[in-house]
Design a protein around this ligand. Structure first.
Ligand code: 6GU
Length: 217
């Protein structure tokens, strides 16, 4: 069973995503186990403070190192060899090929969701990977972490049903994305399903799909 821990100030954001659809199925079949860690629990003092002003000036607040260090150390006690993943717009751009590599590995992960104003740089000494999901800024790392987790967990062997591994492979090269697909009815509001797809000729169908595959970029 793969273990995924998530350090966040907003654990409630994850409920809908982790308890629906494929992520729910992945837990049900014992492929993955999620553990939420509320960073607030590691806040300092009576007010459970997690952030403070920025040395040198600047708008907003930064996550202080101590609550984050203590939260990561708590996660490591539960899972000593887990890799620490810092979600940050400054990280390496997430890719399907990396999702496949992580899914096929035996690594467990501790995701650290930072707020967009940022974190004390000393936090990076704890971190194995820094990941971004794209060139835009989100309010926090939570949506990005959910994106990365979904893309990895669905590829863990046994989670995705129905598809053959070779089919999964063909969508993992980062280039061939998809061909147009149709279901019933054959004619909908005057729009017909391409005849070749009804032909039963597997060679012709494969060629049509190849010809109509969308390439990224
Ligand atoms: Cl990982 N975090 C935030 N806050 N914004 C992002 C991101 C991560 N990736 C793209 N934008």
């Amino acid at each position: 069973m793969r273990k995924i821990q998530i350090i966040t100030l907003f654990p409630e954001m994850f409920g809908g995503v982790l308890n629906s659809s494929m992520m729910w199925k992945a837990q049900k079949i014992g492929a993955v186990d999620f553990r939420m860690i509320n960073l607030r629990d590691f806040g300092l003092g009576l007010r459970k403070t997690v952030d403070d002003i920025i040395y040198g000036g600047g708008d907003g607040m930064l996550l202080m190192p101590e609550p984050l260090f203590n939260a990561v150390e708590n996660a490591k006690q539960y899972d000593p060899t887990a890799k620490v993943v810092l979600m940050t717009p400054r990280g390496k751009r997430w890719q399907q090929a990396t999702a496949k590599t992580w899914a096929d590995s035996d690594e467990n992960y501790i995701f650290v969701c930072a707020r967009y104003e940022g974190y004390d740089e000393r936090v990076t000494t704890l971190v194995d990977y820094q990941v971004s999901v794209g060139d835009y800024v989100l309010t926090g790392g939570e949506l990005a972490a959910m994106t990365v987790i979904d893309s990895v967990v669905r590829l863990i062997p046994g989670v995705l049903g129905g598809e053959t591994s070779s089919e999964i492979e063909s969508f993992s090269d980062g280039e061939t994305l998809e061909y147009p697909q149709y279901t019933r009815p054959e004619v909908f509001r005057g729009m017909e399903v391409p005849k070749v797809l009804l032909s039963g000729n597997h060679g012709e169908i494969a060629k049509w799909r190849q010809d109509h595959s969308i390439k990224a970029e």
